[in-house]
Design a protein around this ligand. Sequence first.
Ligand code: DAH
Length: 337
Amino acid sequence: MDLISQLDEFERAALAEIAGAADSTALEAVRVRYLGARQGRLKDLQGSLGQATKAEKPVVGKRFNDVKNAVTAALDERKRTLSRPAVAAGGLDVTLPGTPFEVGRRHPLMQTIDEFKDIMGRFGFTAADGPEIEDEYHNFEALNIPLDHPARDPLDNFYLATASLTAGTGPRLLRSQTSTVQIRVMEQQRPPIRIISVGRVYRPDTIDATHSCMFHQMEGLMVGETVTMAELKTVLRLFARAYLGHDVHIRFRPSFFPFTEPSVEVDMSWNEPGKPWLEIGGAGMVDPNVLSAVGYDPDRVSGFAFGLGVERFCMRRYGIRDIRLFTNNDVRFLRQF
Ligand code: DAH
């Protein structure tokens, strides 16, 4: 057999045995048999190279190198394959790293709302709920907001156009304030009442860093025989201090809301020179017309009410400067809370 044929035969036999090696021990035996430095078959073939004629030498030498490289490469490849962990039937490689378990957390606003309920709970206020799709009676009428009031302008509210929703019940809208829940609670309960209601409200505002067409309010309502405005201010101060710290101050500015008399805007500030007052909501003593609308006797009971912007508090506490971050769903933001 000429040298080229011997090399061909060597390669074919070596590759077949490499492919057939069942484990790394068997593979190592194959390697020693074919490429072993002392007794390997390649060693014998190398010895035979000297028999080639001068003319044959370059061709035989090249073939020798090619065969050696091919067998070496096949050995390496088979070695990698054998050292790879077993793949279970069905192609599932149980040793591959799994999908990491990402631990989720509550949205910062939901955490804030939980904390609000907790703080107000300590003051004896229980949490109440109302629907986000409201009728005009609860969003306006019962709150003493007359038909011609600008707050009822369709351009300032999200009225729903769905016929099935409005059929028989009059127009519906996404509530523009949580004050609706005051009415729903007073329709169901008699005084004394001490509730808060935290939830979403909707207004067609132009969206920017401080405005959104959906945001959250915390509504508060306390009704009893001798509820006063001094108590209102105390509750608001205690609440703001519990959430933001003891250097928080509360200020009332005279204002107007149809459902309270007198009415105030509520501002908050800190013992930080140069920091302006920040408006956080509205409040006041429940208007007698509202008490009458739910069948209470305004001569026998009085009450205070307030509505605060939840985002404002949360943004102040964490130094968040853009309200849009709450709804952008960017995990880099959400992960921080
Ligand atoms: N509902 C008012 C608003 O959204 C805020 C408000 C003002 C709520 C006075 C009250 C209140 O309960 O008494 O602007």
